[in-house]
Design a binder for this molecule. Sequence first.
Ligand code: ATP
Length: 226
Amino acid sequence: MLEVRDLSAFYGASQALFGVDLSVEEGEVVALAGRNGMGKTTTIRAVCGLVAARAESLRFADRDISGMASFRIARLGIGLVPEGRRCFRALSVRENLLVAARKGPWTLERVEALFPRLAERRDQSAGLLSGGEQQMVAIGRALMTNPRLLVLDEATEGLAPLIRQEIWSAIKALKSERLSIVVVDKSLAELLPVADRCTVLSNGRTVWTGRPADLDRSLQERFLGL
Ligand code: ATP
């Protein structure tokens, strides 16, 4: 469903990616891993049309998305949960979810069933929520767009242990429904068990991809700093 081959990306004149390969099959959960600054966020931003990019192949849902405007890519079905869980702080939880809504199986009711805390906090301003609850709103918003591919950058960064578990449970629930997912997270111990496949970046390049179980110690030491 997503095919990225030999992706380069640029911030103005400075090149940040030099050859990223990343693919996601229907119903697959792919972990995107690598140490800080290796290009995970930039890869995600390039796929979403948020940073200038060039690739041998950049395809989503059988369409060439290279150079496509980010809103069009979103409309094709990539739902992004960006780093730093941005939501509209002045809007209520429910308003945050409803402004993102597009036709499909994901509705307010289903998002509230996935995250019961959001149902409890429905009328509260998002700005008053805890970080974990704001992340639930951010994930809920992405789901409300009814994406075919959900992309989570730093799914649980900075969140308390209990709420991290709630986020991972939700991701597992989405996986069991066969939603395709790309996920970045600093906690490999939590990330890898959820993933069907892991793609490892180093210095703006894909250096390894395979099943998490095959990510041996030497790879982990070399590329993930473990
Ligand atoms: P982290 O986990 O720290 O977010 P990352 O793997 O997501 O790291 P990126 O944020 O994609 O890495 O950064 C990849 C490279 O691009 C780094 O060398 C970084 O310095 C550079 N970079 C990131 N954002 C910008 C920017 N806005 N302008 C210029 N260079 C940038």
